[in-house]
Write a protein that binds this ligand. Structure first.
Ligand code: C2E
Ligand code: CA
Ligand code: CA
Ligand code: CA
Length: 279
C-alpha cells in the first residue's frame, strides 16, 4: 500500500504538478505581461485573390516571455479568458491595432484595414461596444477600417447577448467576421439574419483539400453558402499553389496563409509593405 501511494505521488509530481506549475507560471506572468510590455502583435496579410494585392491584415498576439521565449496565443489566451486578464489584453490589442492603422496611413500612405480577434468572453460582456467606440475615437480611426473576428462559440454561449452586441457593433460601423467558419455547427440559417460582413472558412477545410474530392466539394459548398448570403468569403491556412488556385477558381474573395505570408513582426511588416509599394 505504501509503495502504491509513493507511486501515485511520483506520478503526480511527474505530470500533473508539472502542468500545474506551467499553468501557474503563465497565470502569474500574465498579471504583469502588459505592464512590462511583453505582449506584441504580429500581422498577417489577407490577400485579395482576384488582384493579388493586400486587402487587410489580421493582428495575431504573441507573448515575448523573459524566460520561455515567444509564447503562441493558444498557450495563454485560454488562461487569460479564465482569469479575466483577457479584458485588459483585448483592449490593448484593439488599441495597438488602431494605432497601427493610423501609423500605416501616415508612414506609407496606406489605408489598410486590420482584423482583430475577439474572445467570446469579451464579446459577451457588456462593455465591448463602449471599449471599441472609445478606442476608435481616441485613435481617430474610421470604424470601417476595423474588423472584429469572432467565432460561433460566442453565439452558442448566449445567443441574446451575441445578437445585441453584433447589432450595436454594426451600428458603430465596424466590420464583423465569423472566424473558424464551418466547424462544428449544422444550423447556419442564422447567418442570413445577422449583420455579418465576412465569413472566414476554417483552415481545416483548406488543408484537407488535396486528400479527397469530397473535401473540395465541402469547401465549394461553404464558399457558395457565403456568396449566396452576400458575405465576403475569406479562406485561411492557404499553404500551397494548388490550394490557392482551387480557391481562386471557386470564387473565394480573400486568401490568408503561409503561401502569401506568415504572420509578420512590426519590422517584417514594414519590409513587406515597402515591397508592395511600387515606387
Ligand atoms: P485564428 O484566429 O484562427 O488565427 C489563425 C491561426 O492560423 C494563427 O495562429 C496563424 O498564425 C495561423 N496560420 C496562418 N496561416 C497559416 C497557414 O498557412 N498554415 C497554418 N497551419 N497556420 C496558419 P496563431 O497566431 O498561433 O493564433 C492562434 C489563435 O489564437 C487564433 O486563431 C485566435 O483564435 C487566437 N488569437 C490570436 N491573437 C489573438 C488576440 O489578439 N486575441 C484573442 N482573443 N485571440 C487571439
Ligand atoms: Ca482569426
Ligand atoms: Ca480562424
Ligand atoms: Ca482558431
Amino acid at each position: 500500500a505504501k509503495n502504491a501511494g509513493k507511486n501515485k505521488v511520483q506520478m503526480f509530481s511527474g505530470t500533473l504538478a508539472q502542468q500545474l506549475g506551467e499553468r501557474n507560471e503563465i497565470e502569474y506572468g500574465l498579471g504583469h505581461a502588459l505592464q512590462r510590455q511583453e505582449l506584441m502583435l504580429y500581422y498577417q496579410p489577407q490577400i485579395n485573390m482576384q488582384h493579388g494585392n493586400i486587402n487587410a491584415l489580421e493582428a495575431l498576439i504573441r507573448w515575448q516571455h523573459p524566460e520561455k521565449g515567444l509564447i503562441p496565443p493558444d498557450e495563454f489566451i485560454p488562461v487569460a479568458e479564465e482569469t479575466g486578464h483577457i479584458f485588459a489584453i483585448g483592449e490593448w490589442v484593439l488599441q495597438t491595432a488602431c494605432q497601427k492603422i493610423k501609423s500605416m496611413q501616415t508612414e506609407w500612405g496606406y489605408l489598410v484595414p486590420i482584423a482583430v480577434n475577439v474572445s467570446p468572453i469579451q464579446f459577451l460582456r457588456g462593455n465591448l461596444v463602449e471599449t471599441v467606440q472609445r478606442v476608435l475615437r481616441q485613435e481617430r480611426v474610421p470604424p470601417h477600417l476595423l474588423t472584429l473576428e469572432v467565432t460561433e462559440n460566442a453565439r452558442f454561449k448566449d445567443e441574446a447577448m451575441f445578437t445585441r452586441t453584433l447589432e450595436q457593433l454594426k451600428r458603430l460601423g465596424v466590420c464583423i467576421a465569423i472566424d473558424d467558419f464551418g466547424i462544428g455547427y449544422s444550423n447556419m440559417a442564422y447567418l442570413k439574419n445577422y449583420p455579418i460582413d465576412e465569413l472566414k472558412i476554417d483552415k481545416a477545410f483548406v488543408q484537407d483539400l488535396e486528400q479527397s474530392v469530397t473535401n473540395g466539394n465541402i469547401l465549394l459548398a461553404l464558399i457558395n453558402l457565403g456568396k449566396s448570403l452576400h458575405k465576403s468569403v475569406t479562406a485561411e491556412g492557404i499553404e500551397t499553389e494548388y490550394q490557392h488556385r482551387f480557391l481562386l477558381h471557386s470564387g473565394c474573395d480573400v486568401g490568408q496563409g503561409y503561401y502569401y505570408s506568415r504572420p509578420l513582426s512590426e519590422q517584417a511588416l514594414a519590409e513587406f509593405m515597402r515591397e508592395q509599394q511600387p515606387k
